[in-house]
Design a protein around this ligand. Structure first.
Ligand SMILES: Nc1ncnc2c1ncn2[C@@H]1O[C@H](COP(=O)(O)OP(=O)(O)OP(=O)(O)O)[C@@H](O)[C@H]1O
Ligand SMILES: [Mg+2]
Length: 367
């Protein structure tokens, strides 16, 4: 079986590095602080959250993982929280929750869509969302264990009017009973939630960064998995590490494809690498096209200039009149996590997804 997984969150034994970040989040929880993990798409946020919760559980915490992806309103938020507790508590806590759940004001019809129950935006004490937000207090009262809650895709709560203020108004009273980790891939929206003075979560959680993986860690992991499955990564390793540029999911995708084209008992050669890269590019082309389609003209110019590492990002052939729009385009590409600051390039940025960058450099082929 191919030892490289490139989709879905991965189990802790497949996780390269990230020990520092995991410990940092656990330390923050022990000191009754909250953390926020903002990183681009597919950088391993969910995998790391789950690994962190697993370690915290070993250290005696009760843990809950809530995914807010796609929530539309306060009712959705309330029912996501409730479902998370009902699915993840174990043993006696699970039975206790089965009973407790029946005492909560309902937000969803059993087995069906949401009922039209209004979750009031004032969020009073008997409010369905408030009751669910305060579940960590009930848990903590029951057995004295502290509760670590991970809120994944947290930027999606911005879709629901006033949700961040309501969530904050409750969890700020949780003291040492509960700590929170907020994670999200829209770096711009996470900034808006946590770094904007006008928002409820301003300065409420310590940022934890997720940098690209180092070539050393990736190289050791990839070479090791080849060896363990009777193959040799051979001369494929160098170009793979260069192309992936530390992007966790892209590195695994490339390793997966390289492993596939390498026959059992032999080493990957130049030809194997070329065909693995071609397969990976083909697999990501539709996604690249979709991103491209949704960009403005100025954003396309900037993204391509960054991919090609061209000097003079803000100067245009027709003079400097478009410089301002290019700067705004660069800012919006940063907010969307398509590009990120990188002092080692001529433009001062790099494209976050190395396969998108490759597609741009290849002249944006449609097939
Ligand atoms: N530390 C890591 N070591 C090895 N592979 C990793 C690591 N981090 C991420 N990956 C790769 O990235 C893929 C996606 O991981 P995960 O779903 O945890 O990321 P995410 O940031 O939550 O993604 P999304 O933005 O889609 O929610 C995994 O299947 C794996 O291939
Ligand atoms: Mg995720």
């Amino acid at each position: 079986m191919n030892p490289f997984r490139y989709s879905d969150p991965i189990p802790v034994e497949d996780l390269v590095d990230r020990e520092v970040e995991r410990q940092e989040m656990i330390d923050l929880a022990w000191s009754a602080n909250n953390a926020r993990l903002a990183a681009p798409r597919r950088y391993g946020k969910t995998s790391l959250l789950k690994a962190t919760l697993a370690k915290a559980a070993d250290e005696g915490w009760t843990t809950v993982y809530v995914d807010f992806f796609g929530v539309l309103d306060l009712t959705d938020i309330a029912s996501r929280i409730e479902t998370a507790y009902s699915e993840q508590l174990t043993g006696r806590l699970r039975q206790w929750f089965t009973s407790l759940r029946r005492t909560l004001r309902p937000v969803a019809r059993v087995g069906g869509g949401p009922v039209s129950l209004e979750v009031s935006t004032s969020a009073g004490p008997g409010d369905p969302l408030t009751e669910r937000l305060n579940l960590p207090l009930r848990l903590h009262e029951r057995d004295g264990r502290r509760v670590l809650v991970a809120f994944d895709e947290f930027q999606d709560v911005l879709t629901a009017a006033n949700a961040d203020a309501i969530i904050r108004s409750q969890i700020q009273h949780h003291g040492t009973a509960a700590s929170y980790i907020f994670a999200g891939s829209q770096v711009g929206m996470m900034e808006e939630l946590f770094a904007d003075k006008r928002r409820a979560f301003y300065a409420q959680a310590r940022p934890v960064a997720l940098p690209p993986l180092s070539a050393l860690d990736l190289g050791e992991f990839i070479a090791g998995r080849f060896t363990a499955t009777g193959k040799d990564v051979g001369v494929g390793l160098g170009p793979l590490l260069d192309t992936a540029a530390g992007h966790p999911q892209r590195a695994m995708l490339l390793a997966h494809e390289l492993w596939t084209v390498t026959p059992s008992g032999s080493a990957a050669d130049e030809e194997a690498w070329v065909s693995a890269l071609a397969v990976a590019l083909a697999a990501t082309r539709e996604e690249a096209k979709t991103i491209w389609t949704h960009l403005s003209g100025a954003e396309r110019q900037v993204l391509t200039a960054v991919a090609e590492n061209r000097a003079g990002l803000y100067s245009t052939a027709s003079g400097s009149s478009r410089g301002g729009s290019r700067q705004r385009a660069a800012q919006s590409l940063v907010a969307a996590s398509e590009i990120t600051l990188d002092p080692n390039t001529r433009t001062g940025y790099r494209v976050v997804d190395p396969l998108l960058a490759e597609w741009l450099r290849l002249g944006r082929p449609t097939q």
